[in-house]
Design a protein around this ligand. Sequence first.
Ligand SMILES: C[N+](C)(C)CCCC[C@H](N)C(=O)O
Ligand SMILES: O=C(O)CCC(=O)C(=O)O
Length: 385
Amino acid sequence: MKQVLKQNPVSGVFKCLVRSVTNVFLHEGRLQLHSEKLGKPLCFYNVWLRDHCRCNECYHVRTNQRLFDILKLDQDSVSKINKACVKEDLLTVSWADGHKSTYSINWLLQHTHQLKSRNSLELWDSSNLKIDYYPYEKFMSCDKVLRDFLVAMVSKGVAIVSDVPPSVIKTRETVERLSPVMKTFYGEMWEFSDNLEYSDTAYTSDAIESHTDTTYMLQSVGIQVLHCLKHNGEGGENTLVDGFNCVKQFKNESYQGYNMLSSLSTPGEYIDGERHYKCDLPMLLHNQENELIRVRYNTHDRAPLETVPPTLIPEYYRHLIHLTKIIRNPKNVYLLKLTPGNVIFMDNWRILHGRLAYTGARVMTGCYIDRSDFESSARFFNVLP
Ligand SMILES: C[N+](C)(C)CCCC[C@H](N)C(=O)O
Ligand SMILES: O=C(O)CCC(=O)C(=O)O
């Protein structure tokens, strides 16, 4: 990614909140910040505050690493507060062991679980998906356009950079504006057609049902990038499906099915002459707030089902078929013919993609982006917390 200034606007929400924090109250083992805007006190435990001291003694400001030894929190005096006060955007704490810590209130508001909210996702189906297009020249040169692209990727899971010169190298340059290209056993930038270069139907002209890639890897790749360099034939349209929207429908229709596919593993595998990749994880994965964060769905790449107790197998298949019918429902399937110049980026943890069968010569290039790299780029531009 081209070097850019660290994007670090204080989000508007916290600016007004910061000014509203007026009082601090000490209680046994914790401190409360009162804000008339919030209407409720924000509670910070002493041990948390002490552990998050950002003075030069407790935190290496150059490396952003902690120097404070967590075992010190065992000593009562270390996390006992003698005095605390709020002045403008700063909370100052004087600890019983003599240490002094100063916190930006804006920082505290941004890092307390009490105010955490999930990024707003725009769930879509074929009737309301509007894919945003970002012209190559602007995407490559303007940080605001790049940030807008990231906002679209986080909210919709799909975006296109248009007018990209139809070559592997220019596609790579486009990707590297955002994040490094991820290397897998398919290589870095791939160029594929119906030559069965790899043991996968992507390397044929057959239809491929909507799926997420690399369900056979212990962590599915974060983003899939595709660019059609050439196609002189019929068919080859890509399907796009919002997996998160489909799972929402599935959960509404069958909470039991949602729970089963969120708990029992659906193993994926990739096998060829020299490789056997396999991953035993549930199809639907969640974070600690029980929010859906990843869909691992690929009916083609499923490994032999050894992970479901025999008595649950009939029910498991009923639920898998139920979810598949939702995924294949035309109202959930957005059809798009990729043409040279349009580079599509898809969130492989959320968006399913597939392809209709095609005739003629079709050459695609693309790559994967590691999830951590993508999220780091989005965080760098303050698009993710
Ligand atoms: C993208 N590229 C053409 C390199 C490989 C495609 C592999 C698709 C595989 N069935 C999967 O779902 O991971
Ligand atoms: O050929 C395409 O357009 C997509 C192939 C595919 O599904 C994949 O690469 O995962």
